[in-house]
Every structure is written in C-alpha cells, then in structure tokens.
Design a binder for this molecule. Structure first.
Ligand SMILES: NC(=O)c1ccc[n+]([C@@H]2O[C@H](COP(=O)([O-])OP(=O)(O)OC[C@H]3O[C@@H](n4cnc5c(N)ncnc54)[C@H](O)[C@@H]3O)[C@@H](O)[C@H]2O)c1
Length: 328
C-alpha cells in the first residue's frame, strides 16, 4: 500500500515514521507547503517526497494522511475526496463550524471514506473506560474529570491556524467524553485565561481553560487544560459512579506526584509529549486507517463525530467570550 502524507510538522513527521513501520504500508511519500521541509523529513526517514500536493495526489496513492495545519484541512480533505483517495485527517476538520459542515456535506455525498484523527479512541485505557460504562460496573456515572495538560506551548505561528484552545486542545476531551459515555452534551460553561506568553492573547486565545459540561443524563463533566504543565504531558480521565470509580492515564508515567508522605507512585519517567503518551494509540489508529483504505473496516471516527466534538468546542468558546452558560 502506498500512503501519501501532507504536512510534516510536529505530528506529521511522527505519523510518517509510524506509517513507515506498518506492515500494510510498502511506501510512504510526503509533501509540505514548504517542500524543503518534506525533503528533510523524507531523507531522515528514508522515504520519498513529492514537490507539492497535486504531484503527491497524481502519484497513485492508496491512502492520504493529512497532518498539515488545521487551516488547510478542509481544502486538503476536498482534494483527497475528489481524487477518490481514502483520507485520514488530523483533528479538527476546519477552523469553524460552517466549514466543518461543508466538509461533512461533501464527504457524505461521496463514497470516499474519511477518517478523522482522534487517537484517544485507540488508547487501551479509554477503551476500558468505555467498556466499564457500557457494562454498568460503575453504576450510574455522576461525575467525570477530563484533562489535557501540554508540557510546553506550540510555536507562535501555530496559534492563529489552530482554531483556539477549545477547538484545538480540549476538543480531544469533548470527543472522548462522547466516546466513553455514549451520551451527548446539552450545556457548557467555560472560562479561560492567558498567563504565559503574550501571543495567545494577541490572537484572542487563552493558554489555560476549564469547562463544565452537562450530559443528557445529567452527568457532570469537568474539563481542564493548559499549554503550560511543567510536570509533563498529563492527559487523564476520572469517572465516578454509584458503584465504582475508574482512572484513565494513571500509571507509573503520569506527570503528577503525590503530596502524601511515603507515597512514591507515580515513580516512572513522566510523559513529556503527546507522542510519548499516545504512541501505541497512534500506531493502532493509523493501522485502522490502512484497513479503512483497504476497504476491510468501517471508518472508526467520522466527520460527523468530529462535527459533534467541534460543536461542543464552539459552545465553550462562546461561553468563555460571553461569560454565560451555552446550551447545545
Ligand atoms: N491528534 C493529536 O494528538 C495531534 C497532536 C498535534 C497536532 N495535531 C493536529 O495536527 C495538525 C498539525 O499540527 P502540528 O503540531 O504538526 O503543526 P506544525 O505547525 O508543527 O506543522 C504543520 C505543517 O503543515 C504544513 N502546512 C501548512 N499548510 C499546508 C498546506 N496547505 N499544504 C501542505 N502543508 C501545509 C506546514 O508547513 C508545517 O510543516 C493540526 O491540525 C493539529 O490540530 C494533532
């Protein structure tokens, strides 16, 4: 199978290396808006590169992986779909709701499969939490806590092309809350602040935020996140129910230390990046995409799923800006 990948930044270069190691993939070809960057990554990994996206698409692909900046996703998905190439695209689908809806209409009018990259759906911990909710072993779940704490902020240029903190970062929590609980969000209250580099504020964004979501069965979900978590990349979920509680992401590598005496757990090297924390999930996710591209598997995370998570992010952004509860 020959896979093309567009956008070789932080996650794109990592995905290219993962794809190269998959048994179903014979060839990986990369392209980037900056062709010299594609050339460097291709040389590093011993893979091919194309000078631009049209040349990449014309080179005969079995699948296209989009890991370019979010501002380019909608156009690149449309290019993949019109070329008839099964497409994987990193989250989120677009910078705003209207464009996300346009992509959904385009994809649903075609027969080309499009898989959106919410890798937490492939993480063993979140999958176990979903099974525990489904089986009823936690009883009724009354509270969930979900967090996405990045160790260090992305580069300045990333921010205006990202959609903002809720659409870029906590959108992962919004997707995984839906996936784990099978419930929909009915209202949000969100807030945020900028306490790090001034450029977040210059783009109207925040570097730390919190949101309280209410689900359609009255489960309360507290979501929090930051770009400045010095202890490491800390992504977890806690579920508390009438019969039991469960924590996702609490292991020896959790970027947290206990304030209690004589407690050394977690005692492993903390995860510092999303690549450390989710490496097996990214492998499982891209393996699933090769199965989608081969026609042996249904799309595991659709544009419709991504739209649902994006609506929650959009509601949080509105709530933060207007300092009020927003209903969905
Ligand atoms: N799932 C995850 O865990 C995860 C983690 C990080 C980033 N992401 C997503 O991946 C995407 C990329 O993030 P990143 O951190 O790698 O960004 P980045 O800024 O490091 O890299 C983006 C790359 O895209 C290229 N690019 C921009 N516009 C392009 C276009 N029109 N055509 C071709 N190439 C183009 C840039 O030149 C750059 O090399 C974002 O959408 C982000 O939301 C997902």
């Amino acid at each position: 199978m020959r896979i093309g990948l567009v956008g070789v930044g932080r996650i794109g270069a990592f995905h290219a290396a993962t794809l190269k190691g998959l048994p179903a993939v014979d060839q990986v070809v990369v392209a980037d808006a900056d062709p010299s960057r594609a050339e460097v990554v291709a040389k590093d990994l011993g893979i091919a590169f194309a000078p631009d996206v049209p040349a990449l698409l014309a080179s005969g692909l079995d699948g296209l992986v989009i890991a370019a900046a979010t501002s380019a996703h909608a156009e690149l998905i449309a290019a993949g779909v019109s070329a008839g190439v099964p497409t994987f695209c990193e989250k989120p689908v677009a910078l705003d709701l209207a464009e996300t809806e346009q992509v959904l209409a385009l994809v649903e009018a075609s027969s080309v499969p499009v898989h959106i990259g919410f890798q937490r759906r492939f993480d063993a911990g979140y999958q176990a939490a979903r099974s525990a909710v489904e089986s009823g072993e936690l009883g009724f779940v009354h509270h969930i806590r979900a967090n996405t704490n990045d160790a260090a902020p992305p580069h300045r240029e990333y921010i205006p092309q990202s959609g903002g903190f809720f659409r870029d970062c906590t959108v992962h929590d919004f997707d995984i809350v839906r996936y784990v609980t099978g419930r929909e969000v009915v209202s949000v209250y969100a807030t945020g602040a900028n306490r790090g580099e001034a450029f977040f504020g210059e783009y109207g964004d925040v570097d730390s935020a919190a949101a309280l979501l209410t689900l359609d069965d009255n489960t309360f979900v507290a979501v929090s996140g930051t770009r400045y978590n010095g202890a490491g990349h800390d992504v977890r979920m806690e579920l508390h129910g009438s019969l039991g509680s469960l924590a996702v992401g609490l292991d020896a590598h959790t970027a947290l230390r206990s304030a209690e005496r004589d407690v050394s757990f977690p005692d492993g090297r903390p995860h510092m990046t999303f690549m450390d924390r989710f490496q097996p999930a990214y492998v499982a996710e891209l393996t699933a995409f090769t199965e989608v591209a081969a026609g042996t598997r249904e799309v595991p995370c659709t544009v419709r799923d991504a739209l649902a998570a994006f609506r929650i992010a959009d509601a949080c952004e509105l709530s933060r800006r207007e300092n009020r509860i927003v209903t969905l």
